[in-house]
Design a protein around this ligand. Sequence first.
Ligand code: ZN
Length: 100
Amino acid sequence: MKKTAHKGLGLEKETCPDCFKVVGERSRYRLVCMLGMEQKGLSVTDIARKMSLRQPTITHHLRVLQSVNAVRVLQKGKEKIFSLNKAAHCFDECRIPYHA
Ligand SMILES: [Zn+2]
């Protein structure tokens, strides 16, 4: 991941573009917190039930999170299980809190 966004632009206190993708949207932030508390991971169906959101919306958020490597996917039978990649640089370097 490129780190340039953090340096030289006076943006040290701001979020980098990856962070923004992680938590720049309210329901995505809720999703990150939810996944952070769920050790075993969650399927899209689980998330839809917990968040009262439609599956396509959740799939979209998950895809955004995957694009910055913030979630891991595990194929379990027919289902995909999503869990938070706590090693993602935004949780570490940029210190995005992932528990409510
Ligand atoms: Zn970041």
